[in-house]
Design a protein around this ligand. Structure first.
Ligand SMILES: [Fe+2]
Length: 401
C-alpha cells in the first residue's frame, strides 16, 4: 500500500494526521527489518482498530481490538443499553496487560439478548515488578450485539472468500446483500495473498469489516491456504477467535456449523514451504475432532449440519490438499449426513448437486478478480435452507434444500 493510501486508512480510523504520520514512519521503519514485523509499540496511544466481534455462541461473545501501545484493557457491557458489568481477560490469575491485541471473552450471557458494550484501554507507560505507571485511558463509543438464541427459528449468514488483498471488494460484495438481515459473516479463506504484517491484516481484513459490520455482528474466519503463508501467518490466531482450536463448531437455532481448518493445498514437503509445514498431522488430528463434533448431541439434533471450509474436496484441482480433504473429511461428511458444504479456493463459482462421491450439495464461492467475485447468502430455518450466490454483476443463482 502506498503512503497516501495508508495515511487515508489511519485517518478513517479516527487517528489524527500527526499521529498517522508517526504511525506511517514507524510502519515504514518496521518494513526495513522484515524479521521484526510484530512491533511492540507503533505511535501515539490510540485505537488502531475499532472493536470486532468473534466466535458467537448463545451464551458468549468475544470482543477484540488493537491499540498502538501496550496497555491494560477491559470491556464494559450490559443489557438495556446500560454497560454495568466490567470484564477483563484474566489468565491464570493475571489480568492480561502490557499488550496491544485485546481479546476479551464475555461469558454467561443470556441467549437471544441484546447487549450494549464499550471497550477501554489504559496505557501502561512503565511496567516494572514493583512499579507500574499508567497513562491515558481510551474509551470507545457504545456498540451493540445480540447473542444467538438457543431456540431460534432461523439463522442467516453471509460468506465472502478469496478476497486476496483486495479490501475494496468487501464493501462491494456485502452491498449485494442490500441490507437484508443476517446474524454473522464467514470469511471463507484466502483473504490475503500471504500474511506479512499486522498492518496488512488490519487494512485487508479487519478494518473493512469493522467499517461495515464487525463491531456489531461477528465474523468467523475459516483459514485458507494463502492465509498460512508469509512471515506473519503464525500470528493470525492472535487476531481472531475460534475458541479452543483454530477449527470450531457451534450451534445457532436450526443449524450446526462446522468450520475445519484445511491448511495448505500442497504436500508438507513441497519446496514452497521450505520445510516449515506440518499439515498432514494437523488434518489427521482434525478428523478425530470432526467425528466427535458430528457424533455430538448438538449435531444430531440440529435440523441442518453445515460445513464451511476453504478447499473443496471435489469440483476442484487434484492437488494434495484437495485429495486430503476428499480422503479424510468426505467419508465423515457422508457418514454423518452433512447437509451442505460451502467452499472457496478455485476462483470459479458454482453450485453442485450431491453425487455418488459426495452425498451433499457443494457450493464454491468465486475469485478475487472483477467478474469472478461472489457473495454467498445462507438462510436456514427449521424446515429448509436457501443458498443464494450473487456474482459481482448482480446475477443470482440459488438452491433450495
Ligand atoms: Fe485457496
Amino acid at each position: 500500500m502506498n503512503r497516501s493510501a495508508f495515511l487515508k486508512r489511519l485517518l478513517l480510523l479516527g487517528i489524527s494526521g500527526t499521529s498517522a504520520s508517526s504511525l506511517l514512519a514507524s510502519s515504514e521503519k518496521t518494513k526495513e527489518n522484515k524479521s521484526v514485523e510484530k512491533v511492540e509499540e507503533i505511535g501515539p496511544f490510540a485505537f488502531l482498530t475499532k472493536p470486532y466481534l468473534q466466535f458467537p455462541l448463545p451464551d458468549a461473545m468475544t470482543v477484540m481490538w488493537i491499540t498502538t501501545r501496550n496497555c491494560y484493557s477491559w470491556v464494559e457491557f450490559g443489557e438495556n443499553n446500560v454497560c454495568s458489568q466490567r470484564v477483563t481477560n484474566a489468565i491464570n490469575g493475571l489480568n492480561q496487560a502490557y499488550n496491544r491485541v485485546h481479546k476479551i471473552r464475555l461469558n454467561e450471557l443470556k441467549p437471544g439478548t441484546q447487549y450494549a458494550y464499550k471497550v477501554y484501554s489504559k496505557e501502561i507507560t512503565q511496567f516494572h515488578a514493583y512499579d507500574v505507571s499508567y497513562g491515558e485511558t481510551l474509551e470507545s463509543p457504545v456498540y451493540h450485539f445480540t447473542t444467538p438464541s438457543t431456540d431460534a427459528d432461523e439463522v442467516s449468514l453471509l460468506i465472502l472468500n478469496d478476497i486476496h488483498d483486495r479490501p475494496e471488494s468487501i464493501p462491494y460484495l456485502l452491498g449485494l446483500n442490500k441490507n437484508e438481515p443476517y446474524d454473522f459473516v464467514c470469511l471463507n479463506g484466502d483473504m490475503v495473498n500471504h500474511l506479512d504484517s499486522e498492518s496488512q491484516l488490519i487494512t485487508s481484513v479487519i478494518q473493512p469489516c469493522t467499517e461495515l459490520f464487525a463491531s456489531e455482528k461477528p465474523f468467523i474466519y475459516a483459514r485458507g491456504n494463502h492465509d498460512t503463508r508469509g512471515s506473519f501467518a503464525r500470528h493470525l490466531y492472535e487476531y481472531i477467535d475460534t475458541g479452543e482450536n483454530p477449527y470450531c463448531s457451534f450451534s445457532i437455532g436450526p443449524a450446526f456449523f462446522i468450520v475445519p481448518d484445511i491448511g495448505e493445498d500442497k504436500a508438507d514437503n513441497d519446496k514452497e514451504y521450505f520445510g516449515l509445514a506440518s499439515f498432514d498431522a494437523y488434518r489427521e488430528k482434525q478428523t478425530i475432532w470432526l467425528e466427535q463434533q458430528l457424533k455430538s448431541k448438538a449435531a444430531r439434533k440440529a435440523k441442518f449440519r453445515i460445513v464451511l471450509i476453504h478447499i473443496p474436496p471435489y469440483h476442484s484441482d487434484d492437488f494434495y490438499g484437495t485429495v486430503q480433504c476428499r480422503k479424510l473429511f468426505v467419508p465423515l461428511f457422508n457418514k454423518y449426513k452433512i447437509d451442505i458444504v460451502i467452499t472457496a479456493h478455485t476462483h470459479e463459482y458454482g453450485i453442485f448437486d450431491p453425487s455418488t462421491e459426495h452425498h451433499f450439495p457443494m457450493i464454491i464461492g468465486g475469485g478475487p478478480k472483477n467478474g469472478t467475485r461472489t457473495l454467498i447468502k445462507l438462510h436456514v430455518t427449521q424446515k429448509n435452507m436457501d443458498v443464494t450466490l450473487i456474482n459481482d454483476s448482480g446475477e443470482i443463482f440459488s438452491k433450495h434444500i
